[in-house]
Write a protein that binds this ligand. Sequence first.
Ligand SMILES: Cc1cc2nc3c(=O)[nH]c(=O)nc-3n(C[C@H](O)[C@H](O)[C@H](O)COP(=O)(O)O)c2cc1C
Length: 173
Amino acid sequence: MPKQDLEFTAAWPRTLAALEQEGALLVAAGKDGKANPMTIGWGTVGNIWGRRVFIALVRPSRYTYGLLEETTDFTVNVLPAGRERDALLCGTRSGRDCDKLAECGLTAVPARHVQAPVLAECILHYECRVVHRNDVVPAALAPEIRESCYPEGDYHRLFFGEVLATYGDPDAL
Ligand SMILES: Cc1cc2nc3c(=O)[nH]c(=O)nc-3n(C[C@H](O)[C@H](O)[C@H](O)COP(=O)(O)O)c2cc1C
């Protein structure tokens, strides 16, 4: 099934299901152009500044964090059913130590509007241009979340990506 442009809102329920279960793959490419997929479970979409925005939360300890600081965009990709092991690998191994695309047999293909690639095997894609970055403020966070989610600090940075395109396999929705 060829990939088609999708309504941002139509793609969200399947994306949220992935975020809440195996995770989705955020792909960033550094200055050298080498792409690295990282599993994300936390993220949201909405309307900010009159733009459609995907907010991804990335901890400073991640290799991906450095890539996002070097570049200005990222993609979010939803794996098809049956590839949960790839989400686990991309969420437990670091691009500092291995080539996760090769390990998972995932293919980076050029995106339409951003430098970071999308992943051919995935069923949904968001192309995002970073328009804002903002750090979680420990003192402003509910104490129970601070204690349960940040026992070692490593407070997330929120990357606000303006969604320039949403597309995928319509049968996946
Ligand atoms: C299901 C799942 C969801 C995850 N969600 C996030 C997330 O939203 N933000 C984050 O910083 N790390 C998250 N992680 C952890 C990273 O994916 C993991 O540390 C990864 O190895 C980092 O890769 P990198 O060093 O190549 O960037 C998640 C891991 C899993 C398994």
